[in-house]
Design a protein around this ligand. Structure first.
Ligand SMILES: Cc1cc2nc3c(=O)[nH]c(=O)nc-3n(C[C@H](O)[C@H](O)[C@H](O)COP(=O)(O)OP(=O)(O)OC[C@H]3O[C@@H](n4cnc5c(N)ncnc54)[C@H](O)[C@@H]3O)c2cc1C
Length: 278
């Protein structure tokens, strides 16, 4: 429930919005899907991001710029229309429900980072950077943004930047008990493959202790291998997600389920090369 007598502001520039949220008791309102559920009584003012002109998705100099006002649906449509950012498009098409995807914004989702996030694992696997506005614009990798604690500061997210990778082989899997339930975790892989050989690898999981984890040892093991000959079983032995238990599942069960998700994902990605070579 929203507190009573909330004030609303509707600024028309990102700079003005960034300035307004410096006042105590003031927060940004993107899609409102989280704020409606959890808005604490200490919040006195909401600054709506709808008129900031940040709902763009542009492709400039081989990079995608996704404005923080873009909704999950906008991103899915962009991905499907151009066959681009397929990893992100696939992940977000599985998130929540159609009405919610029409409201949830990229900015609100990045700042919120719920454990069931459908956004972070693919974005980290895509080496996304985020541009934020505090007193001036600043750009960070998404990993820096989370691990250095910038995520907890008062700022406006302007957009994310994703460089197009010509040789990307990628995939994502969410784990939920029922299709429409919040994912318990999401795993994503981004492999850069040239001439059938893996040159760069990112394996990411969200929903774990510490919000997200990359598996650097496993990634290193993938480099130099032929895609269709990845030693999946040895790689999976390096996957130690580190979950906490919840009211339904033990940490060990979720660790095990995550390893299986990674195993299925890597085995599916192996097939990409086999299909291409037919
Ligand atoms: C039933 C349900 C199911 C869901 N399922 C999924 C799912 O499967 N996968 C998934 O990823 N998400 C899911 N979500 C969405 C998720 O839980 C959050 O509600 C959502 O990510 C918040 O986005 P929003 O745009 O609505 O943000 P808001 O609620 O508007 O804001 C959230 C936070 O972000 C801040 N904020 C907003 N915009 C900006 C900005 N531009 N810059 C900086 N800070 C900003 C706000 O001040 C607030 O602190 C679900 C939500 C619901 C209600």
């Amino acid at each position: 429930m929203l507190p009573e007598n909330l004030e609303w502001e509707f600024p028309s520039s990102a700079e003005k919005a960034a300035q307004l949220i410096r006042r105590p008791g003031t927060v940004l309102h993107g899609g409102g899907t989280r704020i409606l559920k959890t808005c604490p009584a200490t919040v006195k003012r909401l600054v709506d991001t709808g008129a900031l002109g940040l709902n763009y998705i542009n492709f400039i100099d081989n990079s995608h710029y996704i404005g923080s006002g873009a909704t999950f649906s906008d991103i899915v449509k962009y991905s499907k229309a151009g066959g681009r950012l397929t990893l992100l498009g696939e992940a977000l098409s599985q998130a929540a429900s159609t009405p919610l995807r029409n409201r949830i914004t990229l900015g609100g989702s990045l700042k919120d980072f719920p454990i069931w996030s459908s956004l972070y694992a693919p974005l980290i696997a895509l080496k996304a950077r985020v541009e934020i506005l505090r007193k001036k614009p600043e750009i960070y990798t998404l990993e820096e943004y989370v691990t250095s604690g910038i995520i907890k500061t008062r700022h406006l997210i302007k957009h994310v930047i994703i460089d197009e990778e010509a040789n990307l082989v990628s995939g994502v899997k969410k784990f939920s008990v029922l299709r429409f339930e919040y994912p318990l975790f999401t795993v994503a892989a981004g492999l850069n493959v040239k001439g059938g050989i893996i040159e760069d690898a990112r394996l990411v999981i969200t929903g774990v202790r510490g919000r997200f984890k990359r598996f650097l040892k496993a990634e290193k093991m993938l480099i130099g291998h032929a895609l269709n000959d990845m030693p999946v079983e040895s790689i999976i032995k390096q996957i130690a997600p580190g979950f906490t238990k919840d009211y339904r599942f033990s940490a060990g069960y979720k660790d095990h389920a995550a390893r299986i998700c990674f195993m299925d994902l890597l085995n599916e990605l192996k097939e990409v090369q086999n299909e291409n070579s037919i």
